[in-house]
Design a protein around this ligand. Structure first.
Ligand code: ADP
Ligand code: MG
Length: 265
């Protein structure tokens, strides 16, 4: 069984964490908590600090040290990386560019077990691992692509492969950084249907985006980010208003909701 942390603690908790790059504070978080099973969208313009927040969760960046600073995963401060992986399945554009080469989809998905980039020895792969990889590919609708190499796939297909790779570890949370980035309208629509399918489990989802259309009906909490800070965090219906989003993006935006789907004018 995958390690999912202490049952009663939040999956992730960040307190008083600043990230500084080139002498500039690019992220400053007072408090951010992801509880088990939550379905969260993080919305904000380019440069808001969304990806940096995810990198902080995944331990790819470290906060500036202070007495009050804490980044807790499964309730604990110093979690080994392999345990972080079983808690958080992170899929980002950076990961996608690492993978844009002659590795088959099946090898990419299997590499999720080893936390490597398609590199492992065939004798390290067990039959249950192969089975889980097949199931993940089927869930993402890419089983037929398993012998194709990543550099021959469309953006949407490659992204599905990376999500399947994240799912083999049965993570307690799936973290997706702008999953519809670079998809044409049809691919984006189909991808959102897949997202809805992925939310029908007790797995938490953290969905980072700058498109309101990506906030699928299953999302119940929305976090707004701007200039490296969280400017609002609460129930979707409280946060998703024309006024708040106009302030967030800096232009007059009229938000419309129909059957749980948002559109901005
Ligand atoms: P978002 O994902 O919301 O678009 P990011 O988290 O990628 O925003 O970036 C937040 C800010 O931090 C941006 O202004 C970006 O230029 C800056 N930034 C991110 N990473 C670095 C880095 N490694 N060095 C310097 N600046 C960075
Ligand atoms: Mg980003």
């Amino acid at each position: 069984m995958a390690y999912h942390g202490h049952v009663n603690s939040p999956l992730v908790e960040i307190r008083h964490a600043d990230v500084v790059r080139d002498g500039r504070t690019i992220l400053s978080i007072e408090r951010f908590v992801v509880a088990r099973g939550e379905r969260i969208a993080v919305l904000g313009p380019n440069g808001a600090g969304k990806s940096t927040l995810l990198r902080l969760l995944a331990r790819d960046v470290l906060p500036v040290f202070s007495e009050r600073t804490a980044v807790l995963v499964g309730g604990r401060p110093l979690v080994p990386l392999f345990e972080v992986r079983s808690l958080l399945g992170v899929v980002s554009d950076a990961l996608q560019s690492d993978y844009d080469r002659a590795v088959t989809v099946e090898d990419v998905v299997l590499s999720g077990f080893f936390g490597s980039i398609g590199l492992y020895r065939a004798d390290e792969v067990s039959t249950p691992m192969r089975r889980r990889a097949r199931t993940a590919m089927r869930d993402l609708g890419i089983e037929h692509l398993r012998d194709r190499t990543m550099d021959t796939l469309s953006t949407g297909e490659a992204r599905r492969a990376l999500i399947a790779r994240a799912l083999v570890n049965d993570p307690a949370a799936l973290v997706l950084d702008e999953p519809c980035h670079g998809l044409d309208p049809s691919a984006a629509w189909h991808f959102r249907q897949t997202l809805r399918m992925l939310t029908r489990s007790d797995r938490a989802i953290v969905l980072v985006t700058h498109h309101v259309e990506d906030i699928v009906p299953e999302v119940h909490r929305v976090v707004l980010m701007k200039d490296g800070r969280i400017v609002a965090d609460g129930p979707k219906h409280e946060i998703m208003t024309s006024g708040r989003l106009s302030d967030l993006f800096g232009f007059p935006m009229v938000l419309e909701e129909r059957a749980g789907v948002y559109r901005a004018w």
